[in-house]
Design a protein around this ligand. Structure first.
Ligand SMILES: [Cu+2]
Length: 121
């Protein structure tokens, strides 16, 4: 009976781990400037923090506002955390609303995408 219980528990654990892995894509956890927030003055860069490591070579972040696309660097991984990427802005943002659109490839080879807004006052 004990042996049966043990193997049953191991099976349940293994399948819940497999389920977790299947859904562990890289989704945006938080960002700076924050999602939906208003910041006073232009940020010089955007920081996006994901729920999983991001492969920057196959990822992109675009920023656009009322004046169109904002020049921005390719994303780079934070040196201390592969789940965090930084994008430097090519010039200061005028006051207004901006849309950040991201496409990322996570370390588990799954592609995800999304967008969010922030405002510069
Ligand atoms: Cu995944």
């Amino acid at each position: 009976m004990q042996r049966f219980l043990k193997s049953f528990i191991i099976t349940v654990l293994a399948s819940s781990l497999a389920a977790t892995a299947a859904f562990a894509h890289a989704f945006l956890d938080h960002a700076t400037p924050g999602v939906g927030t208003t910041v006073s003055g232009s940020p010089s860069e955007l920081t996006l923090s994901f729920t999983q490591g991001v492969v920057v070579a196959f990822s992109s972040v675009t920023v656009s506002g009322a004046g169109g696309a904002v020049p921005a660097s390719k994303p780079v991984n934070d040196p201390s955390n592969q789940q965090i990427i930084h994008v430097r802005l090519g010039h200061a943002l005028k006051p207004g609303s901006y849309t950040v659109t991201w496409h990322v490839l996570s370390v588990d080879t799954h592609r995800t995408e999304g967008s969010y807004h922030f405002t510069v006052s």
